[in-house]
Ligand binder design. Structure first.
Ligand SMILES: Nc1ncnc2c1ncn2[C@@H]1O[C@H](COP(=O)(O)OP(=O)(O)OP(=O)(O)O)[C@@H](O)[C@H]1O
Ligand SMILES: [Mg+2]
Length: 253
């Protein structure tokens, strides 16, 4: 068993967080490990890229809990609500998926994030490895939804703004490293193309690169056509790159 159990993927919006999380989940699903996938983004992309339907979401559970004293108490006890979390897991081929879902009323993101944290914390013990597709930006780190993370992968594309955001998130995460929130952080460069002056850009970001994923037309086409990324060939450039990232993650202590 590898030391890295909980991997969270974050970064600026639209940089490839969901693509990377999907490729990691897909690879692990084919291995002899119990995999929990978490869609911690209210935009709910992971079910599409993984090609799976979710029976219910954390957000829907929260809606049902509002106003029910008995249900609130069960949250405190940590008993029945864990089973509620288990009940809303989508069962995939080689993995389970917990989805945060979309909060329907405005202004209730905090509560949903609290419940999501509870869901992640209570279910993690039942699995060998947990992959979290997080929301864009550092907010879920600050809200401690992403805590006790073994490896935080911060995705950036090849733009200066995206790298700056990534560097900012890494700074936030590194402040938490001593308090057990994030053990390792790594910058992932995505959509890498040869024609971009990378060294200059990277100097601006000022953080070392953990892994790189090349621009892969198949990834983009599958997403455009709504085809699950799970059906990408093992030879696809992005799949091979994700395999290298997973290998490196497994070698961490
Ligand atoms: N390596 C890649 N090659 C080609 N296209 C890519 C690659 N990585 C991501 N994309 C494309 O970029 C777009 C954004 O990717 P993705 O949805 O994974 O980003 P995200 O960071 O999860 O976005 P959001 O912040 O909205 O959740 C998608 O259309 C996806 O197909
Ligand atoms: Mg996403």
């Amino acid at each position: 068993m590898c030391a890295v159990k909980k991997i969270a993927v974050t970064g600026k919006g639209g940089t490839g967080k969901t693509v990377l999380a999907t490729l990691l989940i897909n690879m692990l699903a084919g291995q002899d490990v119990k995999v929990l996938a978490i869609d911690a983004d209210s935009a709910m992309s992971l079910p599409y890229t993984l090609g799976i339907e979710v029976p219910s979401t954390v957000s829907e559970v929260r809606k049902a809990l509002v106003g029910s004293e008995q249900a609130k108490q069960s949250l405190v006890d940590g008993g029945p609500t864990k089973s509620v979390m288990r009940d809303i897991l989508a069962k995939g081929d080689g993995f389970d998926l917990l989805a945060m879902g979309r909060p329907e009323e405005p202004g209730c993101f905090c509560a949903v994030n609290d419940l999501l944290r509870f869901g992640i914390d209570s279910l993690t013990g039942d699995y060998d490895i947990v992959i979290i597709d997080g929301e864009a930006g550092p907010e879920q780190l600050n809200r401690r939804v992403l805590r006790s993370i073994d490896l935080l992968l911060v995705v950036s594309d090849m733009s200066a703004r995206s790298l700056e955001t990534a560097a900012g998130i890494i700074k936030v995460a590194q402040n938490y490293e001593d308090t057990e929130r994030v053990k390792h952080t790594g910058l992932i460069l995505n959509r890498v193309r040869d024609d971009v002056p990378r060294e200059e850009l990277l100097k601006k970001a000022g953080v070392p690169v953990f892994g790189e994923i090349p621009e892969d037309d198949d990834v983009n086409r599958y997403d455009r056509e709504g085809i699950s990324l799970r059906t990408l060939s093992a030879d696809a450039k992005a799949v091979k790159a994700a395999a290298d990232i997973l290998k490196k993650a497994k070698a961490l202590d």
